[in-house]
Each structure stands twice: as structure tokens, then as C-alpha cells.
Design a protein around this ligand. Structure first.
Ligand code: SF4
Length: 63
């Protein structure tokens, strides 16, 4: 599972970070950092929820 962020859309509100902190983080410049999604069904579901609930529609599952 791979996730991409459109940095032109992301407003760094941290909603995806709250939903799946194992994968999403904001760095010191408030840029979204996306980590590796390990093969874990529960985590993958939370990542899908995070992608679907981004209010800016900035996240995309690419693989
Ligand atoms: S939920 Fe969307 S807008 Fe908010 S930090 Fe994540 S990618 Fe950016």
C-alpha cells in the first residue's frame, strides 16, 4: 500500500496524523511525512479511512 499527498492541497491540519500516527506525521515545517504502510489489516483500514476523510482530498492510494 502506497500513499501520495498533493502538497498544493494539504493544509497540515493533522487529521490523517490523528487517524493513523504510525504512517502520517507533520515535520517541523508542518509538511506531511508519509511512512511505510506495513502489511497490517487494521492499520491499512485506518489509513484508508484517513485518506477518505481528508477534508482537502489531498491523499491518494497509489498502490
Ligand atoms: S488530513 Fe489532509 S489536509 Fe490534513 S494533514 Fe492530512 S493530508 Fe493534509
Amino acid at each position: 500500500m502506497a500513499i501520495e499527498v498533493d502538497r498544493n492541497l494539504c493544509e497540515a491540519n493533522g487529521l490523517c496524523v490523528a487517524a493513523a500516527p504510525e504512517v502520517f506525521a507533520l515535520d517541523k515545517d508542518e509538511e506531511l511525512v508519509i511512512g511505510e504502510v506495513v502489511a497490517d489489516a487494521e492499520l491499512a483500514e485506518r489509513v484508508r479511512v484517513a485518506v477518505a476523510s481528508c477534508p482537502r482530498n489531498a491523499l491518494r492510494v497509489t498502490g
